[in-house]
Design a protein. Sequence first.
Length: 75
Amino acid sequence: MGITDFIEEAAGAYAADKALEAVDPNAGFLAKAAAAVAGFEGVEAIKEHFAGEQAAAAPQDDAQSDTSQSDDSNA
C-alpha cells in the first residue's frame, strides 16, 4: 500500500463524510463513521472496477491485431 493509495482512500472517506453532512446536518458519530468507512472502501471498489475494465480491454486489442495479421497472411 503506497502513500497515493492511502491518500485516495482518505479522500474517499472525507468526501463521504461531507456528503452525509450535506444530507443530514445532525448526523451522529456512528453515521459519520459508517459513511467514512463506506467512502474508504468505495474508493477501492472503484479502482478494482476500472482495473478490471482495462484488463478486459487489453486482450481484445491483442486479439484484433492477431486477426489482422492472419488476414494479411491469407492474401
